[in-house]
Design a protein around this ligand. Sequence first.
Ligand SMILES: [Zn+2]
Ligand SMILES: [Zn+2]
Length: 394
Amino acid sequence: MPRITPATHCVAFDMFGSHLSISGSMVNALTEAVELGMDTVQVFTKNQQQWHTKPLDDGMTREWLSELTRLGWTDRVVSHAGYLSNLATPDDALWHKSIDLMTIEIERCEALSIPFLVHHPGAFTTSSREQGIERIALAYQGLLTRTKGMRTILCLEGTVGAGSQLGGTFEELAAVRARAINLTGAPERIGYCLDTCHMHAAGYDMRTRASANAALERFDSICGLSNLKAFHINDSKGPCGSHLDRHDHIGKGTIGGSLPDPTPEALRDCGFAAIVNHPRLRDVPKLLETPKGDDPDGRPWDSINLHMLRSLIDGSAKLPVPQPTQSPARTRPRNETKLAKKTPSPSKSGKKPALPKTSSKKKPAASPTRTVARTPSTAKNQTKSEKSRSRRPR
Ligand SMILES: [Zn+2]
Ligand SMILES: [Zn+2]
């Protein structure tokens, strides 16, 4: 498996990945993760903006499972649920529809050997926090009854806590889980996912190693670190306590000190270092949900951000800086630049930047390429795949 880290580099902490596109075929996300030197990956298993779900294609599922087994990744892939579900809603119709959709999400994870399904707890809208928490717990009761015997662990994601959104405090996350366990008796199927951007925006200061460690200690005492199944590693455009859900590249946001040109040395004492060096987070998948695309030098942002995180591991040798690679195996379709320029945000809300402005300025001719050995059947979907590569979760 190609790795950015040289063989001589003794990395004690692994399990780095990113949210990658499944467009074309599910297996494309695995291929891309391997080619970017990752240890795991996060995916949507269906279109995250649609209620409608096409059943999983048998051939595609077989291809995914065989690659997953070959890589030894059956214990680590994370799925992010779509955005339409709101398990906390007081609206009965929407609540039932949400449970139906989440049931499908769980069934798909089970079929694809994905052990972790991350989802946003939901928003209580016109009801109350307490009622919202009860609704989520009741939804879990239905979900875990329907999917009894399945292994997928539902992971409540910590949020920025904007408006009536639940999950902005550790206490709230713990209250949902406790009540859900109460109703289901299935603690083993209910976990958490944290997101550095969300934590910071929610008011847990992640700017220094000490403050981030303090936040993690607090999480441990309230929620239990052993229940943390996935960690989203993103910098935050909004300052601490802003309740703004805007992800940024590692070091460029307010966690890293809004550095125009972040270096591992400059981030040595920031919160990201606390996470990558935390002994109890070693086996927890750490996933980037930072903007996609390439930097002005044609290097994939995922490689740059991944390199940054790995370089923050204490005692790590100086890692080779990611380089753009020239490979005839994967030439980007011409219109991608246009797409990158014209589509400022692929997300539903339009609140997310698809690419940093700098990355769409110069590009192209010597277009950046990572080596991808795509099969002919997936190659024909490349344009679509490329188009949606910047889709990433919140
Ligand atoms: Zn987010
Ligand atoms: Zn999320």
